[in-house]
Design a protein around this ligand. Structure first.
Ligand SMILES: C[S@@+](CC[C@H](N)C(=O)[O-])C[C@H]1O[C@@H](n2cnc3c(N)ncnc32)[C@H](O)[C@@H]1O
Length: 408
């Protein structure tokens, strides 16, 4: 394909992503897969170039552009070589005109930017739309750091998380021997920090992963707590079903899945009332901490949707509180950077509630934050942290808020 034809193809792909974002349609990754499947004539170099250009446009603009051409025209304003490809030749885009719509502005939608606490300076904001690293978790029962280093000489290990490693982007991890043997799984270091927050010196007897989804954290918990009974519940049958092959590959046989009825979750959970040593609430959220992976999701979020998520998170915290035994822990987490879903949510539902207190573990990753979203002086209760914040810039992870509350 000629370079200008690649630009037009990228415009078409961005158009599809914009239409799906407006109509809450398929994810950008799914759309891209379908897009290239329908265009078999594109070689692998063409596909890579088109995808890279489309994603550059999606990452670049926080406000939803009018259309794919406006997004690309916005990029072209900052890139003379790209602008020169709007030459009207062959399958390329028509020449740019002075009166057509052109995307502009920063990388974050302004209404969302207004919700971010002050610690999000220019570097923190820019990092929200960087490319994410390829993080993984390994199982020391099945492999060693030495074996992994021999397989991937470029691997880096975390000094904050016991089983976390990082590979260069693009590593074909899912075709590798360690992956096929169930010795490694893809998992962001932030998710692994949340799993760490669920662990204590004493082994638990019962752990409930209330919003287990396809089991990213359930499987990590199970690897850390072999033999411990883990209830993995969710309202999505499809997500729980997607956990099964991953569970088999990892050889975890102490996980029980439990499908919940939306709004009637308690009917299935009642018999665990006051019994769980740990309840993890990895709550549905805006996903504003994962824009690096799914940049188009910031075009899907609306103030109304955010309000609904905040209400649902509060409801799930109340359900989880009833499940924790006295002395047990509730770990609440969201892959969001908005205090409404994180520190403020916890301040309302846990910090200010009799019979509960926040007890954070000191970790070599993340920063403690107060209820208003500002940094706390330390993890100590005296400094009143509501929980921990992990950010792409500071921690090299997806953005997460999590906390650990103990029931008296
Ligand atoms: C952030 S995702 C969980 C990700 C998962 N824990 C992991 O580590 O892969 C949130 C999950 O909450 C589930 N969910 C939404 N509403 C729920 C509810 N009322 N009760 C339980 N789960 C719910 C969603 O289906 C989704 O799987």
């Amino acid at each position: 394909m000629r370079p200008s034809a690649r630009v037009q193809a990228a415009i078409d792909l961005v158009d599809a992503i914009l239409a799906a974002a407006r109509g809450q349609g398929a994810s950008a990754d799914t759309l891209a897969r379908n897009f290239f499947r329908e265009r078999r004539y594109m070689g692998s170099g063409d596909r890579r170039a088109v995808r890279d250009l489309a994603w550059r446009a999606v990452r670049r603009f926080g406000e939803i552009p009018d259309n794919g051409r406006a997004a690309m025209a916005g990029l072209a304003r900052e890139d003379a070589a790209l602008a020169a490809l709007f030459d009207g030749s062959g399958y390329g885009p028509a020449a740019l005109t002075d009166d057509e719509p052109v995307a502009s502005g920063g990388v974050i939608p302004s209404w969302i930017e207004a919700h971010l606490p002050a610690l999000f300076d220019a570097e923190e904001k820019a990092a929200l739309l960087d490319r994410a690293a390829l993080d993984m978790r390994y199982d020391p029962a099945r492999t060693t750091r030495a074996a992994l280093s021999a397989h991937w000489p470029e691997i880096a290990f975390s000094d904050a998380l016991p089983r976390a490693a990082r590979l260069p982007n693009g590593t074909a991890i899912e075709a590798s021997e360690p992956w096929l043997q169930g010795a490694v799984d893809v998992q962001d270091w932030g998710s692994q920090a949340i799993v760490q927050a669920c662990l204590d010196d004493d082994a638990p007897a019962l752990v409930i992963d209330l919003c287990a989804g396809a089991g990213g954290k359930t499987l990590a918990l199970s690897a850390m707590l072999p033999g411990v009974r883990i209830i993995a519940s969710d309202t999505s049958r499809d997500r729980l079903a997607a956990m099964e092959p991953r569970r088999r590959r990892a050889g975890s046989d102490s996980i029980e899945t439990l499908l919940l009825n939306p709004k009637r979750e308690w009917e299935s959970l009642e018999h665990f009332e006051g019994q769980a040593d740990v309840v993890l609430v990895d709550a549905p959220c805006s996903g504003s901490g994962t824009w690096r992976r799914n940049p188009e999701t910031r075009w899907r979020l609306t103030p109304e949707r955010l309000d609904k998520l905040v209400a649902e998170q509060a409801r799930l915290i109340e359900i989880a509180k009833r499940l924790v035994r006295p002395g047990g822990a509730l770990v609440y987490a969201v892959c969001s950077l908005l205090p409404e879903e994180g520190a403020r949510q916890v301040a309302r539902g846990l910090c200010d509630q009799p019979g509960w207190h926040i007890s954070l573990k000191t970790m070599n990753i993340g920063r403690p934050v107060r209820a208003d979203g500002a940094l706390a002086a330390s993890h100590d209760a005296a400094d009143q942290p509501a929980g921990m914040l992990l950010t792409p810039h500071h921690d090299g992870t997806d953005g997460f808020f999590f906390t650990r509350a103990i029931r008296s």
